[in-house]
Design a protein around this ligand. Structure first.
Ligand code: RIB
Ligand code: CA
Length: 318
């Protein structure tokens, strides 16, 4: 029997966030005990609405949602990601008008939910963070001991040996709150980072989505409904063909499920917080420059096996 992973998903849904959340819900090895939301692909009221709607859609409105930060720790928020994910941040399927009246987020802040949950379950909880890292930094400020009591932290973010996606050097989640990312990378907790080095090596295209749709699972049909907006962005901005996209956030959940799909290095990483290189994640590959704790930086992925695993799990979901 594979290990059971008790997870809090910190997220800014977001089309690829939604794919990651549905993969987690379709995987019996994962017990998703909470979703915390953050600004990024849209403002936090929208990402929270989307998280509530996604859980309701998946028949899992029992999973609590705690709303988090709508601003970075230090810098102004800047433009959110509707140009990538749609006006409703969910592929422009009209979710800006969908509010389930029976669902509300918890009364406590995401950072408090993260800190309290980890301290109540020492050594058991894995945080998977697939948006800007503001909530994790606030949780560390609230309760520094979570760094010793968390089971693991898996982040989608950064670009170590490849270019960035929002600047020549920076990946979006890190760029949006580099001060928070610097705190998360320096916390000394068991941190694994799935950066663009691996997430841009994973592509789903029209043929992949057509095969997924044939399964006629509700999760598969929903994913095929939300991806066209994301496909258009990848075609027009990234120059991808055949409807290809990068399901960045899926890689973080895939790592939890099957770490052997990936290879990585233990590097000390500096996060730059201002100037033209804001959001850059620079590894000390010689291990003689920085003194921050080492971080497990993923550098390679078996994309074919990851795509097959995603198809297999999503296809068998309700
Ligand atoms: O750079 C990719 C990341 O930015 C993903 O988490 C995507 O959802 C966006 O938030
Ligand atoms: Ca995201």
């Amino acid at each position: 029997m594979s290990q059971l992973h008790t997870i809090i998903l910190d997220t800014d849904p977001g089309i690829d966030d939604a794919m990651a959340l549905l993969l987690a819900l379709a995987s019996p090895e994962i017990a998703l005990i909470g979703v915390t939301t953050v600004f990024g692909n849209s403002h936090v009221a929208a990402t929270t609405r989307n998280a509530l709607n996604l859980l309701h859609f998946a028949g899992r409105a029992d999973i609590p949602v705690a709303m988090g930060a709508d601003q970075p720790l230090v810098l102004p928020r800047g433009r959110t990601g509707e140009h990538v994910h749609g006006p409703d941040a969910m592929g422009n399927i009209g979710w800006d008008a969908v509010h389930n009246p029976n669902q509300r987020p918890l009364a406590i802040h995401a950072a408090q939910f993260i800190a309290e949950t980890i301290m109540q379950r020492p050594g058991q909880v894995t945080i998977v963070a697939v948006g800007p890292l503001t909530n994790l930094a606030l949780a560390l400020q609230l309760e520094p001991r979570i760094a010793e009591h968390v089971r693991a932290v898996v982040v989608m973010g950064g670009a170590f040996l490849v270019p960035g996606n929002v600047s020549p050097l920076a990946e979006s989640n890190i760029y949006r709150d580099p001060h928070a990312a610097a705190k998360v990378f320096a916390a000394g907790w068991p941190l694994t980072v799935a950066g663009l080095d691996v997430t841009t090596a994973v592509r789903m295209d029209n043929a992949y989505f057509a095969a997924l749709k044939e399964s006629r699972s509700r999760f598969a049909e929903f994913i095929c409904r939300i991806v066209p907006f994301y496909q258009a962005f990848h075609r027009e901005v990234r120059g991808y063909r055949d409807g290809a996209i990068n399901p960045h956030d899926v890689c973080a959940i895939a790592y939890v499920l099957e770490p052997a799909l990936f290879a990585g290095e233990q590097w000390r990483v500096m996060v730059l917080t201002d100037g033209p290189a804001r959001g850059a994640t620079i590894p000390d590959r010689a291990d003689r420059h920085w003194s921050t704790p080492k971080v497990h930086c993923l550098t390679r992925v078996d994309s074919a096996r990851l795509l097959a695993a995603f198809h297999e799990r999503i296809s068998r979901a309700i």
